[in-house]
Design a protein. Structure first.
Length: 118
């Protein structure tokens, strides 16, 4: 079992920044692919970003490319999502996910709300 706890969400004005954190426990973190997803009201959950176990490879959704940065600290079992130049359409519940192969995520956090006001 893996427990994932997100934090760092909140209310921010358009153009502002937030940094989300996701702390993992319960299994080996350093071998996992970690991802961030989001779900806006009335919409399906969508992929935001992912990072390889070493941190050397990252991948982003087109909608956040150039504004969001995913990173990880394996010593702290934590993955981050730095979000800059936020837009109202970034408003959603953000979830982190733990996986052992690309596109396959076995564990999910409870989510943290991000609200961007215009």
């Amino acid at each position: 079992q893996v427990q994932l706890v997100e934090s760092g969400g909140g209310l921010v004005q358009a153009g502002g920044s937030l940094r989300l954190s996701c702390a993992a426990s319960g299994r080996t973190f350093r071998n996992a692919i970690m991802g961030w997803f989001r779900q806006a009201p009335g919409k399906e959950r969508e992929f935001v970003a992912r990072i390889s176990w070493s941190g050397s490879s990252t991948y982003y959704a087109d909608s956040v490319k150039g504004r969001f940065t995913i990173s990880r600290d394996n010593a702290k079992n934590t993955v981050y999502l730095q979000m800059n130049s936020l837009k109202p359409e970034d408003t959603a519940v953000y979830y982190c996910a733990y996986g052992t192969s690309p596109g396959v995520y076995d564990y999910w956090g409870q989510g943290t709300q991000v609200t961007v006001s215009s």
